[in-house]
Design a protein around this ligand. Structure first.
Ligand code: AMP
Ligand code: ZN
Length: 671
């Protein structure tokens, strides 16, 4: 059946609709109706069609969720309706006063909607004709940053609405991270040798401002939408608006409750004050809103906040205890974190012995003295913090806490980086935690990907003086590993083979892995494109480096400094002598034969004999070309298990040769 263009457009639209619905079933209704695999197949089918027919581009297509684009600067956008703050209350007396003020102003009974106060980053999303058009951060309430592409990657934010929605409106809500995803991110950061993030809220707002939307996607953010705003108001009450928003496809709060009286509000608050600890995400209070929109209009706004809404902040639990000592931890990046060691005390159900002090400025602000009695609080942060000092218990001879001047691990004089409150140990190459951090980074997944070599093993090896920098991995022997604690023959062998295998890892990943400051994955790729060998990179001047797209002075200087250090040069020479890839291409441009000369290939389905990357590499090494969609230009479609739409399409076209994996290998073997 020849496809006419209208059929194709229809097909694309049907697929989009179907995928939007599956997305909603999964993320909002929690009742998926197809398997992940089938979902992926549909998505792949849509992606292929979109690639082939770019004229049907849609920025709200389900394929946009995966991200991939880069935003360099987030443009500033004026809020059409100001994003106000909320007034705070801390006890029931405050709430009663608030109700009295309301009744005095409107002289009518009031109903309230009680909602959880999500601890994330607030957002305003514009929908026009049922399509997500723009997403903006709160900023200062008058204007914020446009982060549309990043918000599109958040699974439970609808890109297309359904039902009877107004043509033009804003939905406001909160973007947050569940505790589970927060822990997952930190676990991965630890594996990658990075310092952990402090709390879910900051991580959520930081994630929204990342330049790579694909990275935002990986963070696993969630949304909850709690406010409809527009000139056109299709309801009489806030509660109705929430229900409508839900029917249009927004994730609204499951816990929100319509309360007829303030007594019900108090009950709601008391319940969540305890139950909040069992929620999968963090909240820092309750938000109360007058339900009637007419009453809301009558009440209006103060200079700062609506009179019809009120935040009720939960009390962070607070206890007093003695500060015993302050110790200083050196992170894997060299950052110093002061830690208060406390006389153990019970706080919010757990025994607390330590509290983070973050940095010198905070110690100064607290005016902390030795053996002070301090107030410790557990708020949104995972680690409790010191919020004040009971100066009455301070003795006259007690001395101020003096911040250290030298690294507690290696004795080097600390430096403080401009614009940052944090001290660093500059002794990157010899300060123990930094040395270990660098090696953990080297073996991490995105660098040399040496499986089986976890951070604990690296620490052990370092303690045993068997390794000090990445080059040392390559002279390790199995016999040296075996005496280590909990090291079985098999694991030792796996480590050695993993190290051996890492010699095939391409230059760009090695360059990322050797840990030049400010050289991340993307920068490494760009560098390799422009300087295909480490020699060329080493000899490049700062000016030459700066000519590369995306590379500014900061990065260029850091690269130059790296190569100016003889110890680094020695390490590079050693890596080279062990056979680690320090120039581009060897593995990718190598020509093995020309049996596939001029032929085009595409792989589909689940491959079991080789990975897709390996297969594509083989095609290139034998003179063939990989293309990304099924069309008349395709010569061979190689199908794995459960191949879907591509196979069908190829069969329809009729001129494409269809191979299984073994047949593909046979083709190459012909040479
Ligand atoms: P504050 O930052 O303390 O003035 O509190 C206002 C902020 O609370 C808003 O900017 C929102 O980000 C956040 N918030 C969390 N949950 C809600 C909710 N259910 N309704 C309104 N605001 C909320
Ligand atoms: Zn140090």
């Amino acid at each position: 059946m020849p496809d006419n263009i209208e059929n194709i457009q229809q097909k694309i639209e049907d697929l989009r609709k179907e995928l939007h619905q599956h997305n909603e079933n999964y993320y909002l209704l929690d009742t998926p109706t197809i398997s992940d695999f089938d979902f992926d197949m549909l998505l792949e089918e849509l992606r292929d069609l979109e690639a082939k027919y770019p004229e049907f581009y849609d920025e709200n297509s389900p394929t946009m969720r995966v991200g991939g684009g880069i935003t360099k600067v987030f443009p500033t956008v004026q809020h059409r309706f100001r994003m106000y703050s909320l007034d705070n209350s801390y006890d029931f007396d405050d709430l009663e006063d608030w109700e009295k003020r309301i009744i005095k102003a409107i002289d009518e009974p009031v109903e309230f909607v009680a909602e959880l106060k999500y601890d994330g980053a607030s957002i305003s999303i514009l929908y026009e004709n049922g399509k997500l058009v723009q997403a903006v951060t709160r900023g200062d309430g008058f204007q914020g940053d446009e982060i549309t592409a990043n918000v599109r990657t958040i699974s439970d934010v609808p890109l297309k609405l359904k039902g009877d929605f107004p043509a033009h409106f804003f939905m406001r809500g909160e973007i947050y991270l569940t505790r589970k995803n927060f822990d997952k991110i930190n676990k991965q950061r630890e594996e990658d040798g990075l310092d952990p993030f402090m709390n879910p809220r900051n991580t959520a707002s930081g994630s929204l401002k990342m330049q790579h939307s694909g990275e935002v996607r990986k963070r696993g953010l969630s949304s909850v939408l709690y406010q409809y705003i527009s000139e056109e108001i299709p309801a009489e009450s806030h509660w109705e608006l929430l229900e409508k928003a839900k029917s249009w496809g927004f994730k609204t709060s499951q816990q929100a409750k319509l309360c007829k009286t303030l007594a019900e509000v108090k009950e709601f608050i008391s319940y969540w004050d305890i139950e909040r600890h069992n929620l999968p995400f963090e909240i820092d209070g309750i938000v109360l809103k007058v339900n009637s929109l007419k009453q809301q209009r009558q009440l209006g706004y103060t200079a700062k906040s609506p009179r019809w809404a009120m935040a009720y902040k939960f009390k962070a639990e607070k206890v007093e205890t003695e500060l015993q000592t302050v110790s200083y931890q050196v992170g894997r990046t060299g950052a110093i974190t002061p830690v208060a060691n406390l006389k153990p005390v019970l706080l919010a159900g757990t025994i607390v012995k330590r509290a983070s002090l973050h940095n010198e400025d905070i110690i100064k602000k607290l005016d902390l003295h030795e053996h002070d009695f301090v107030y410790v609080e557990k708020g949104g942060e995972i680690i409790p913090k010191i919020v004040g000092v009971n100066t009455e218990k301070r003795t006259a001879e007690s001395k101020e806490i003096e911040y250290i001047k030298h690294c507690p691990e290696c004795g080097t004089e600390l430096v403080k980086i401009e614009d940052q409150a944090i001290h660093f140990c500059p002794n990157e190459l010899h300060c123990p935690p930094q040395v270990v951090g660098r090696m953990i980074h080297y073996v991490s997944r995105k660098a040399l990907n040496i499986d089986n070599l976890g951070s604990e093993t690296i620490e052990q090896l370092y303690r045993e003086r068997l390794i000090e920098n990445p080059a040392d991995f390559y002279v390790l022997k199995k016999e040296q590993l075996l005496p280590l604690e909990r090291m079985a023959e098999k694991s030792a062998q796996n480590i050695i083979s993993g190290i051996e295998k890492s010699k095939e890892i391409p230059f760009e990943k090695v360059l990322y892995g050797i840990g030049i400051k400010h050289v991340g994955e993307t920068v490494a790729k760009k560098l390799v494109k422009n300087f295909p060998t480490i020699e060329e990179l080493k000899n490049a001047t700062v000016e030459e480096l700066c000519q590369v797209e995306d590379i500014g002075t900061k990065i260029a200087v850091s690269i130059a400094e790296f190569f100016a250090n003889p110890e680094n040069i020695l390490m590079i020479e050693r890596l080279k002598s062990y056979g680690v890839q320090l120039e581009k291409g060897e593995s990718t441009n190598e020509v093995l034969s020309n049996v596939l000369d001029g032929k085009t290939f595409l792989f589909t389905g689940k491959l079991s004999l080789f990975t897709r990357e390996a297969a594509e590499e083989m095609v290139e090494k034998h003179g063939g070309k990989n293309i990304s969609a099924v069309s008349k230009n395709l010569n061979y479609l190689v199908v794995g298990e459960k191949a879907g739409s591509k196979l069908k399409k190829a069969q329809d076209i009729g001129t494409i040769e269809i191979l299984d994996e073994q047949q593909f290998l046979d083709l190459i073997e012909k040479k």
